[in-house]
Design a protein around this ligand. Structure first.
Ligand code: PAF
Length: 298
C-alpha cells in the first residue's frame, strides 16, 4: 500500500492507475463499517472488461475542520492513525491519502460549496454549516483523487443525498455508490461514536433500530391495506417517536419521514414515492443517527 500526505504523489499515482479508481473518503477512526466500504470499493475496482487489470482503491483520512461547528470539539476527534493504517493494509487499499489541514486549505481560502436545499433540515438544522464543509472537502478530494466511483455509507443518508445532489448539479464526473449500513449483531448501526456511549446507553441503543424496523413493518402493513391509495404518515411517525421516547436516557434530536431523494418531509406514503425514516438521538453528548427505507417490498 502506498501512503501520501501530499497532493503531488496522489496526482502522480492517479496518472499511472488503471480505471476504475474507486474512492472511500473518511475521517479516520476506522471500524468494520469502513472496512465494508473498502471491500465494496475493491469489488467495484475489479473491471472485468479491462483484460483482468484491476483498478485502484484509494482511501483518504482527513479530519476536516470545516465540517465542525464552533461547539463541536475538533481537537477531541479520535485520530488512531496506526490502527487506521493497519486496517487499510489488511483490506488491500492501494493508496492512502492522509493530508494535514495546511495541504488541503490555503490560509486565505475564500471559496466554498453550499448545497442550499437538502442540507438545511435534519442534521443540517442542528449543525449549521456542516454540509458546506462536507461538500467543499469532498469536491476538493474528488479534484485531487479524480475517482471514477466513490463509495459512501448509507448510515449518513443526508450526507449521501447532499453529495449526490452536488455531483449532479456541478456535473462532477464521479459515480456515487451508497453502501448499506453495517450493524452490530444487536442491530446498532456501526459508528465511531458507539465507543463513547456509557455501558447503559450502549445496552439500550439498539432499540433505535428496533423502533425503525417496527415502523417499516407498520408502514408496509398500512400500505398493503390501502392498496394503491395513500397512507397518512402521522400515525406511523407518532409510533416511531413514542418508541424512541421510551428508550432510557435517549433524547430525540429529530425524527422524520422523508422522500429519500429530496429529503422533503412526507404527509402520505404512496406507491412510487420512496419514503425513509431518519432519526437522530442523543445519549448525553453522544449523538447517534440511523435511518431505514419505508418503501413497501410487496
Ligand atoms: O462521512 C465522513 O466521514 C465525512 O463527512 C467525509 C465524507 C469523509 C467528509 O469529510
Amino acid at each position: 500500500m502506498k501512503t501520501a500526505a501530499l497532493i503531488g504523489p496522489v496526482t502522480a499515482w492517479r496518472r499511472r492507475a488503471h480505471s476504475p479508481v474507486v474512492f472511500v473518503p473518511t475521517m479516520g477512526a476506522l471500524h468494520e463499517g469502513h472496512a465494508a466500504l473498502i471491500r465494496r470499493a475493491k469489488r467495484l475496482a475489479t473491471n472485468k472488461s479491462s483484460g483482468g487489470k484491476r483498478g485502484g482503491v484509494v482511501v483518504s483520512i482527513f479530519v476536516n475542520p470545516k465540517q465542525f461547528g464552533p461547539k463541536e470539539d475538533l481537537s477531541k476527534y479520535p485520530r488512531p492513525f496506526a490502527e487506521d493504517l493497519a486496517l487499510c493494509k489488511r483490506e488491500g487499499v492501494d493508496l492512502l491519502f492522509h493530508p494535514a489541514p495546511a495541504e488541503m486549505y490555503s490560509t486565505d481560502a475564500s471559496v466554498a460549496i453550499t448545497e442550499s436545499s437538502l442540507a438545511l433540515g435534519l442534521c443540517g438544522a442542528s449543525r449549521p454549516g456542516h454540509f458546506d464543509g462536507v461538500c467543499t472537502v469532498v469536491s476538493m478530494l474528488f479534484n485531487i483523487v479524480r475517482p471514477d466511483i466513490a463509495v459512501f455509507g448509507e448510515k449518513d443518508w443526508q450526507q449521501l443525498a447532499v453529495i449526490r445532489r452536488m455531483v449532479r448539479d456541478l456535473r462532477i464526473p464521479v459515480k456515487i455508490v451508497g453502501h448499506p449500513t453495517e450493524r452490530e449483531e444487536d442491530g446498532l448501526a456501526l459508528s465511531s461514536r458507539n465507543r463513547l456511549l456509557s455501558p447503559e446507553a450502549r445496552r439500550v441503543a439498539p432499540r433505535i433500530y428496533q423502533a425503525l424496523l417496527a415502523t417499516a413493518m407498520e408502514a408496509e402493513e398500512a400500505q398493503a391495506e390501502a392498496g394503491t391509495a395513500t397512507t397518512s404518515v402521522s400515525k406511523v411517525l407518532k409510533r416511531l417517536k413514542q418508541d424512541l421516547t421510551v428508550i432510557p436516557g435517549a433524547e430525540i434530536d429529530y425524527v422524520e419521514i422523508v422522500d429519500e431523494v429530496t429529503l422533503t418531509p412526507l404527509k402520505k406514503l404512496s406507491p412510487g414515492v420512496n419514503a425513509r425514516a431518519l432519526v437522530a438521538v442523543r445519549f448525553d453528548s453522544v449523538r447517534l443517527i440511523d435511518n431505514l427505507s419505508l418503501t413497501s417490498r410487496r
